[in-house]
Design a binder for this molecule. Structure first.
Ligand code: ARG
Length: 472
């Protein structure tokens, strides 16, 4: 086949076809418009494959050199924007190979020895995704650092802690922020775990059954740094599985969806807290937008949009899971549909993490508003019950007694701490003057000095732990 013939895709795969491809079918089946994004991984994988072919004596040294030169040229053309992507050549793999063949002649045509687009695309996606996971891991660290910083500034700030969105108990605002740090640290762990399974080499599986050439798959894996923690090469051990499963992409998207879900929870809180009814925080103007009709409006569009984009990523997860369901072994063209959801998941997550690290740094906390709200909901009722337990009452009885006290306070429209001692003593004679320390928000906060609790002393220890863990 001459290199000009390779320009015609129908001939690129086989002389078997006597009719040109239907135009609509060509557009329907082509993936180059989106998979050209994999070009770097495609070249990296080809270079590793060619190096191994030469080392194994499957191609000659001069052919290997010509392939390296040609691929360097292709890389330069793509980087400068001068590369002409052709729909006729279907996908990123055939586009690059065709240009290489124009540049390197027969050597270019030897690159595909012992390889199929099936193991090639699986390799490319894994290489690309591995790089993206590393970027995402760094962004997750940035976000955690930003949250630790705002936590540290607000350890002593009292926020009404909610259950069922009803005031429950006072908590440190710092403690609340660190809850998100825990979530994002688990997201980072999940990414690292997924990375291990992404970082495994399909090349050598060829179309589905392996190949008759004496390939050294472990050599290729080492060249591509597809190695485990001990530096041992990771090679997919079954050719049928290697070319066909996309569970690594599904796992990644599941981890990404969880990270987005955590962002959406934080978003929801930011939106609530910024509303006039709460007034707990302000978000920097540069992260908000106005209304075209209501001049007074400042809207928290960024967290709202992040909440919305979470749906999109969860949707991609559903798409990918469904894509895999019921697929017979081995490769099926269905798998071409893995790319757009995967790409969009990566883009959405990266943008969202980036913007949130900055947004968190620009939050203004309003301690007075938070404290006032915390003092309204009988948030220290549990503390009164605990006080009675210390007097010897069983907890269930103490709970009942305090419920009566809260009822009385509600009917007088006052807080528990505003009931006179004589009134409190009607509920239990053991109540003394020291009860008022217990009924204060700060007393309640300080009392929760248990590992993982909201007492400022505990929160400071956690901040210390995170700082060491995050290296900041
Ligand atoms: N563009 C294809 C994909 O993304 C590459 C593999 C094509 N293989 C094939 N046998 N048609 O899956």
């Amino acid at each position: 086949m001459t290199s000009s013939q390779l320009d015609k895709k129908s001939q690129a795969w086989s002389a078997l076809f006597s009719e040109p491809m239907n135009e609509l079918v060509k557009r329907y089946t082509a993936s180059v418009s989106f998979d050209k994004r994999l070009w770097q991984a495609d070249i990296e994988g080809s270079l590793a494959h060619a190096e191994m072919l030469a080392a194994q004596g499957i191609i000659s040294g001069p052919d290997h050199a010509a392939i390296e030169r040609g691929l360097a040229q292709v890389r330069a053309e793509i980087e400068s924007g001068g590369f002409e992507w052709k729909l006729d050549l279907e996908d990123v793999h055939l586009n690059i190979e065709a240009r290489l063949t124009q540049l390197a002649g027969d050597a270019g045509k030897r690159l595909h020895t012992g390889r199929s687009r099936n193991d090639q695309v699986a390799t490319d996606v894994r290489l690309w995704l591995r790089g993206e996971i590393d970027l995402i891991a760094a962004l997750l660290v940035d976000l955690q650092r930003a949250l630790v910083a705002i936590a540290e500034k607000n350890v002593e700030v009292i926020l009404p802690g909610f259950t069922h969105l009803q005031v429950a108990q006072p908590v440190s605002f710092g403690h609340h922020m660190l809850a998100y740090v825990e979530m994002f640290s688990r997201d980072a762990e999940r990414m690292q775990d997924v990375r291990k399974r992404v970082n495994c080499l399909p090349l050598g599986a060829a179309a589905l059954a392996g190949t008759s050439y004496p390939l050294d798959r472990e050599r290729v894996a080492r060249t591509l740094a597809m190695v485990d923690d001990q530096g041992a090469p990771c090679v997919c051990q079954n050719s049928l599985d290697a070319v066909s499963d996309r569970d690594f992409a599904i796992e990644f998207t599941a981890a990404a969806a969880l990270a987005m879900i955590h962002i959406s929870r934080l978003s929801e809180e930011l939106v609530l807290w910024m509303s006039q009814s709460f007034g707990f925080i302000d978000i920097a103007d540069s992260f908000c937008t106005g209304s075209s009709i209501m001049p007074q409006k400042k809207n928290p569009d960024v967290p709202e949009l992040a909440r919305g984009k979470t749906g999109r990523v969860v949707g991609h997860l559903m798409g990918l899971i469904t894509l895999m369901k019921g697929q017979p072994l081995a490769y099926n063209k269905d798998n071409q549909e893995d790319k757009e959801p995967l790409f969009d998941t990566v883009d959405t997550l990266k943008d969202t993490l980036r913007i949130f690290s900055e947004l968190v740094g620009g939050i203004t906390v309003k301690p007075q508003a938070m404290e006032t709200a915390a003092s309204k909901g009988y948030a220290t009722a549990t503390d009164l019950a605990d006080y009675l337990v210390k007097q010897g009452l069983p907890f269930r009885d103490a709970h009942e007694t305090v419920a009566h006290a809260v009822k009385a306070a509600i009917s007088h429209q006052v807080d528990l701490s505003e009931l006179p001692l004589t009134v409190l003593q009607q509920f239990h004679p053991g109540i003394g003057k020291d009860v008022y320390d217990v009924l204060s928000l700060r007393g309640s906060l300080n009392a929760r000095n248990v590992l993982g609790g909201t007492a400022p002393a505990q929160v400071r220890q956690q901040i210390q732990r995170h700082r060491i863990r995050l290296g900041s």
